[in-house]
Design a protein around this ligand. Structure first.
Ligand SMILES: [Zn+2]
Length: 441
């Protein structure tokens, strides 16, 4: 950082919860630092300048304006690793299953995003909604329209946030209004990539919707684009519902399995994000682990669409772990809240006979997702030097939570109650790049 970058702007005071490593493999003690009377110093350039116990605050910072949150929890902002911007208002649309839901509700809604005006207005609502839920970064799908991605990038740039997104590519099995063709899809993706990738905190995500809606020719060009730009993200869907899997098997009869289709076209890599991965075989997991790819668990969406129960111990098997992210998948997902999402992930794990702790869950939604995105040097924890993307959680936000804290004894108790009982009501404040972007009244 330069000297100008080190000009302080304000102090945040509260109970700080910082993640250093994965609690699943390192244990809670070694992976989490909890300071009950903690403080952060934010810099004018948007970075965290200092963090520690309030009693150790260097005197040079003591005269700064202070946002005092008492014993409320200050955490790194949530990172949503899979969300659909143009589905921001179609939550709770009752499809029979994934493919029926796409055809009846999703494709007609996404067709509106050919309009720049519609997309620009929607982008403001969408990003506001992320902030009111404590989400400070997201890996998002746009619609097939270039205007949609332009609108979301522009809105995110104005807010100084780290957003990763891209134009969806799809060239079959959907209404014309949401289709492109292989050449147009690749060309527009490249144009957007050239305009937006690594502009400020933005990154481009090469975004084929899924194998069902892309021909061989489109997947081929998509793979070539990813090969030429391996520092971009590649995001798509994989192994979500039985009906979808049967469809791709009939479309790609030569493939060993669903994962093999993406592999064949060069779409597996360390920056590849596959949403869902509910029904993956051992062979598929081994190949995804070998490629260093990420599977993104979207529990509220999976439950809502009846897609199936994600098996975290199968996918994340320590003998050949596939990296696992966590996300809302709005609008198949039923909440923007990462707290609700983590609570649902816990319940899905229980139904599979698995166990995730609150420490595991909060790590996944912060530093874990940052590590999968290879952005852990920039976001995901409260370490000095990182961007000041921060959420403040009120453990007593509702009467039920307030009573629960009377019997909470540990940080695990408090975090667990927040992910089971909390939602947007528990978000006290959100900061992005050191600026207050949401404050609960
Ligand atoms: Zn999705």
């Amino acid at each position: 950082m330069t000297i100008a970058d080190q000009q302080p702007s304000r102090v945040l005071r509260g109970s700080t919860v910082n993640f250093l490593a994965n609690p699943r493999t390192n244990g809670n003690e070694k992976s989490t630092v909890y300071i009950k009377q903690g403080a952060l110093v934010l810099g004018q350039a948007g970075r965290i300048l200092w963090q520690g116990a309030f009693s150790d605050l260097p005197t040079v910072y003591t005269g700064l304006p202070c946002d005092d949150f008492g014993e409320q929890l200050i955490l790194p902002g949530f990172i949503d690793a899979h969300i659909h911007f143009p589905q921001y208002r179609i939550l709770a649309a009752p499809g029979k299953d994934l493919l029926d839901w796409l055809n009846r509700f999703t494709f007609p809604e996404e067709s509106r995003y050919s309009s720049s005006e519609h997309a620009a207005t929607a982008a403001e609502v969408f990003l506001d909604r992320l902030f009111t839920n404590g989400t400070t970064s997201a890996l998002a799908f746009c619609s097939v329209h270039k205007a949609c991605a332009e609108a979301l990038f522009s809105a995110a740039e104005k807010r100084g946030m780290a957003l990763l997104t891209g134009k969806t590519m799809m060239d079959r099995l959907a209404p014309d209004a949401v289709l492109d063709d292989p050449e147009t899809g690749a060309r527009e993706s490249k144009e957007l990539l050239d305009s937006w990738h690594n502009k400020g905190r933005l990154k481009y995500a090469i975004t084929p919707r899924f194998a069902v809606t892309s021909t061989d020719a489109q997947l081929q060009l998509t793979g070539e684009l990813y090969r030429d730009h391996p520092d971009c993200i590649m995001q798509t869907h994989l192994s979500e519902s039985p009906g979808e899997i049967a469809t791709v098997q009939s479309q790609f009869p030569w493939s060993k399995d669903y994962t093999d289709i993406y592999d064949h076209f060069g779409l597996l890599g360390p920056n590849s994000f596959f949403a869902h991965g509910i029904h993956l075989s051992e062979r598929e997991c081994a190949r995804l682990a070998e490629a260093g790819s990420t599977v993104v668990h979207c529990p509220t969406s999976n439950n809502f669409l009846g897609s199936g129960l994600f098996d975290i111990d199968h996918v994340g098997n320590q003998a050949r772990p596939v990296g696992v992210g966590v996300a809302t998948d709005v609008g198949g997902g039923t909440s923007y809240s990462m707290l609700q999402t983590l609570g649902e992930a816990y319940k899905v794990a229980m139904l599979k006979g698995r166990k995730i702790t609150a420490h595991d869950a909060f790590y996944m939604a912060t530093l874990g997702n940052a590590e999968r995105l290879k952005m852990e040097s920039e976001i995901g924890s409260l370490d000095a030097g990182k961007w000041a993307d921060i959420v403040v959680l009120d453990p007593k936000a509702t009467p039920v939570l307030e009573s629960r804290q009377e019997v909470s004894e540990t940080l695990e108790d408090i975090l667990f109650s927040l992910m089971i009982l909390g939602d947007d009501r528990a978000i006290k404040a959100t900061y992005v790049a050191g600026k207050s972007v949401y404050k609960k009244q």
